[in-house]
Design a protein around this ligand. Structure first.
Ligand SMILES: Cc1ncc(COP(=O)(O)O)c(C=O)c1O
Length: 414
């Protein structure tokens, strides 16, 4: 049976990501995958959780296994308020919605803000899951160029001016200010102010997505955009996925109350509530003060892995004009730029033959640009795999370069 006529226009627009198809190749034996964005499972606090889970079941099992308020567990919210206060964000419970991790936050934002063909602005490159979420609401996605200090404010203003002249008023600007996925870059303090000034001038909402913010290996943190927000323009997405557990699917949104009210309604039609059990466990985990030491443990491990990956890239990568990679001060990823005549999809095929994988750059652009770039993850692989994977990747680039040179030579010699 052909189901096409039954699908909604939005569903028909959703296409199976070519990237996910490519990534199927990654599930081969002996493959070293720098492709996923997975935390290292050895840092999960399994033992502490065993005790807390037991306690929750004993002390509040019947309640914790029941449906619960859409807005979230008030006790957890109080802990989150304390957590955010440390970063200069002052929020009341009415400003918080507990969500089934950030990905749901992105989807709910799409639900309440995006009508078909509405425009949203994002960094180039940006998070593939945000592109998918906004695409499912048929958004028109416009990108703004970034450099080593994040989104370029002048480019943002040019883009807004251009769109406004065409009568287009974007719904929001979506940013990942800290250790961005995929680039690893952090938005500078000065630019945070500038971007908020531009948002004020053009009356824009800013969505900041912060999964990697606390995974800082060095230097001083820049203030969250929310902490600088004087006029209720900023919506912030937070998640426990990278600082605690992705498997709990737990995060929260901070926004002005009127926006939270709409998000609550949107969430009711999505999943009624986030698991009360998971919220109760996390509340107790925070209350016991475990999170700080957990983050320290993660930061230590990822810092070592980042250093190792950078050292191995330095050691093994060929010296090619235009080949470079970011040196992130935190997070999970490096962003590699190839010489402009190379294409990361072509490299991907060669890399997979050598049993090493990454995600091609075009996955991180709504119009599949960034073709000579790719993302590598350093949190998941073991140190041994990082060294071996870097060697294989370097060899794949060398061989790809040699092939290109051979072809050029064939063309110019009769
Ligand atoms: C920028 C960004 N936003 C949101 C997410 C979704 O994370 P989760 O739904 O696990 O909170 C991710 C996951 O990698 C991400 O990198």
């Amino acid at each position: 049976m052909d189901y096409t006529p039954y699908f909604s226009k939005n569903a028909l627009r959703m296409k199976r990501s070519e990237i996910r198809e490519l990534l199927k190749l990654v599930n081969q034996p002996d493959m070293i995958s720098f492709a996923g964005g997975l935390p290292a499972p050895d840092v999960f606090p399994v033992e502490e959780l065993r005790e807390i889970v037991d306690e929750v079941l004993k002390e509040e099992g019947r309640k914790a296994l029941q449906y619960s308020p859409t807005e979230g567990d008030p006790r957890l919210k109080e802990e989150l308020i304390k957590l955010m206060a440390k970063e200069g964000i002052s929020a009341r419970p009415e400003n918080i919605l507990i969500v089934t991790a950030s990905q749901q936050g992105l989807d709910l934002l799409g639900k309440i803000f995006i009508d078909r063909k509405d425009t949203v602005i994002m960094e180039s490159p940006s998070y593939v899951g945000a592109i998918q979420a906004f695409n499912s609401y048929s958004a028109n996605m416009e990108t703004v160029d970034c450099d080593d200090d994040g989104m370029i404010p002048e480019a943002l203003e040019d883009k807004l001016r251009f769109l406004f002249e065409k009568g287009i008023k974007p719904k929001f600007i979506y940013l990942i200010p800290d250790f961005q996925n995929p680039s690893g870059v952090t938005l500078s303090g000065e630019r945070r102010q500038q971007i908020l000034e531009i948002a004020e001038k053009y009356k824009m909402i800013v969505v900041e997505d912060t999964p990697y913010r606390q995974l800082r290996f060095e230097g001083k943190p820049e203030p969250p955009l929310k902490s600088l927000d004087k006029n209720g323009r900023v919506i912030s997405l937070f998640t426990f996925s990278k600082i605690f557990l992705p498997g709990f699917r737990l995060g929260w949104i901070v926004a002005p109350e009127k926006i939270i009210e709409k998000l609550v309604m949107a969430k009711q039609s999505a999943d009624l509530c986030t698991s009360a059990f998971v919220q109760a466990i996390t509340y107790r985990y925070l209350k016991r003060g475990h999170l700080d030491s957990q983050i320290k443990k993660i930061v230590k491990e990822y810092r070592e892995k980042r250093d190792l990956m950078l050292n191995m890239f330095e050691k093994y990568m060929p010296k090619l004009n235009g080949l470079k990679w970011t040196k992130p001060k935190g997070g999970l990823f490096l962003w590699v730029t190839l010489p402009s005549y190379m294409n990361s999809r072509e490299l991907f095929v060669r890399a997979v033959e050598k049993k090493v994988a990454f995600v091609v750059g075009s996955a991180f652009h709504p119009h599949e640009k960034c073709e000579n770039s790719f993302r590598v993850n350093f949190s998941y692989s073991s140190p041994k795999e990082i060294e071996e994977g870097a060697k294989r990747l370097a060899r794949a680039i060398e061989e790809y370069e040699a092939e290109i040179k051979r072809k050029e030579f064939t063309v110019i010699t009769p």
